[in-house]
Design a protein around this ligand. Sequence first.
Ligand code: SF4
Length: 443
Amino acid sequence: MTDLGMDYPLHLGVTEAGEGEDARIKSAIGIGSLLADGLGDTVRVSLTEDPWHEIPVCKEIVSRAEGFAALGAASTVKLPADPADPFSFVRRETELIALSSGCLAGSGELPRVIVRSIAGLADWQAAAKEILDAHAAQREVRAEGLLLRLDDPAHAAGLRSLRKALGQAVPALFVETSLSPADFPFDGSGSRLVVVKAFAAADGAAVKTWGEAVTKHDAILAADLDGPTLAALTKELAAIPAGRLILTSSQPQDGLHATGTYRELIRCADVAQLEAPLWLRATVANAVRLDAGFQSRLIEASIFAGGLLVDGYGDFLSCETPTSSAKSLTLAYDILQGARMRQTKTEYVACPSCGRTLFDIQSTTLRIKERTGHLKSVTIAVMGCIVNGPGEMADADFGYVGGAPGKINLYVGKTPVKFNVPQEEAVERLVDLIKEKGRWVEA
Ligand code: SF4
């Protein structure tokens, strides 16, 4: 449009997003990431739910766009272009880092999930219980790092006890601290230690001391800083051995929103030729606008993290705004799935309410979810009609498509394989088809 001199408003939507939290996450990633880049004038959120449920989600997403626009209007920061290619997906190359022998991170690995402890080290037993309870409530997902604060030397014993108690149940403890390396409790055994330390541009000596300390104690340093700070500390950061450094930013750079802050951090890391893995932190400080309630936090975290993940950025993710560890854990995994970075449950593609739908799309989608929700690596499309359904079901493995009133066609990929199956038996025939293709496991 720019090449042709056109300035028509641009409409954004994510079609066939499905229902529930997953659909809200996919919508926020798709629409919100473009709004954060300054693209988009009207939006529609498209849910397999009653249409009035779409409106609050639109409002949540748009309110953040207003925040981006206000920051952009006020900002005097002028930056070079982001190195990401917006037209094709390439994951940013980063070094390998070992949280444990069985849990590696970096560009050749799955993005890893870190959960912020609500209880904290003041009550280490409560912190252990909280994360083990969150694991117990989930079948498929585990925290790969637990984030805590340690400022009071009196809590050092609690950290040692927690490391020992969790052992391999949580591969690493990420410890934000204001203590000096000499006072930090590196001793003890159990989960690996990742020291999370904020640095300013004048902290060259501190980076050097912390780099030496984590190397000596077989720990890892997560440097919390923005792009200009990284540029000022390049020499000291580059001296830290490979596999011992993670980059992150817990608050936005002056004049930028959090997504822009991370893009600038990555650009500065590329200039400095630092290939340390990147930890995306959806913190309160990084939020454009955070209202009470989980939906607001879900949308905020999805826009921030999703927009970076789909550009190939991010080796760790923590969603730190939900007020329960269990919610932080599942939200991070759901965002990774929505961005197609890590699939831990069945993926659904489903139509919104639409005049062409040939069956009750909401109740049918729920019935299909009930039967197939335990299949970890399968994508199923539930499409209301054959007019547009096959074209809109993207890269689904199986399709359940309305062929005629009361009749369903079943697809394997984009190929129809069963026609005019009576609707009453179509869900079971879909299950048979998944079994026939060797993709079924028992719940
Ligand atoms: S029913 Fe058909 S036209 Fe309507 S959203 Fe679904 S595929 Fe598209």
